[in-house]
Design a protein around this ligand. Sequence first.
Ligand code: CTP
Length: 438
Amino acid sequence: MVKVITYGTYDLFHHGHIKLLERAKKLGDYLIVGVTAEDFDKTRGKINVQQHLEDRIAAVRATGLADKIIVEEYEGQKIDDIKRYDVDIFTVGSDWVGYFDYLNEYCKVVYLPRTEGVSSTEIRSKMSALRLGLVGYAPFLKKFYHESKYVNTVRVVGVCAPSLETVVGLRKEVELYTDEYDVLLESVDAVYLHSHPHTHFKECKKALMKGKHVLCESPVAMTVAEYEDLIYTAKENKCIFMEAIRTAYITAFSRMLLLLKGGKIGKIVSVDATCTSLTSEENVIGSKKWGALEAWGPTALLPVFQILGTEYDRMNVFWLKGEMSSDIYTKLDFAYPEAVATIKAGTGVKSEGELIVSGTKGYVYVPAPWWKTDYFEIRYENPADNKRYFYQLEGEGIRHELVELANAVRNGKPDFFISRQVTKGITRAMEECFSKRA
Ligand code: CTP
């Protein structure tokens, strides 16, 4: 029996894919198709893949041409697969000529003619991109704009900031608006808000009322009542309303959460998260300045609420007042029925920005800066049992946040990275802190 293997992403399955699989099948008696997993694609720069793995597998299966379907997850896997499945022929389309010659050592390599005039990339580029407006703190918007270029389902068309000096270089590429938020709203499908937290509610509401989707930095509102108003407005206007905490979209972080849910460190008893940065002009918008809690609170609260839930019994607030801002350092302690948590947020203060999750069998250690990490460790009593986990970090989570925004708009339902409950929990904690401090 001649065994043939071929690999691909098979996004938005098209007739070029079918032709390739038909030709591959004819090369032998048994066809194995490797479908590339999202993570592996990300490391190869294919961030725009539209369909999730199971949908792409289903499309390959539906052709009835594959005798076996496997998932390609890591660099070098092809050699392993060829040996494991005793493969005689490796084949791919002619766009890869020469690239896989190194596999000749293990089996025969055949490059099949590629079907002219069709590709997933082309189909994706024809799907209309979401027109996005960026609003708020200019230097960060510039970074956000550059990250958006990696995502072809989103196109930034305008930037609206109180001071445009830092984004002036973008003038040739996008429209710039100084204080004309309403004008910007007219020419976009969605907005990304990185403005002062106290203005979020007004800006979100205005956009949603006009039927524009919203991706808003956290906290999305300063009170739970405002948050609920926004959720209601989004629903009424059939809009996607997403909270933007980019850490949630970082592969290492989301994998860590999955491992914790799987019981890797036993029952979780404590979550301790610290986020600090030295004060800089960056935190100033006009005369308003982000306090430590406004700047870092939501990010630090994310692992606490994602791991322990939002139903805490008690929260204690300790804070140091700043000269220009509301606080320079805030510490929050949470008591849960069977766990505790602490977050520390500082601007103008430097500390070790680590995350530690303690359990009854071991603990997770995420080194500084944990909120943009590519690495974490699970440590046990016996150091020989410790395990290190590494993942690729691209764009600090911004690219994936944008991919999820575009997907959510297309599917008409929010993504699952940050649940409504967590967003509400963050808003509630912020409201409680600010009222305790007043
Ligand atoms: N393929 C083909 N003819 C096409 C497109 C793809 O023969 N018009 C082949 C590729 O050579 C590969 C397999 O189909 O062997 C899976 O390719 P994949 O990369 O998933 O599809 P593309 O359409 O090339 O995707 P992209 O544009 O994202 O690179």
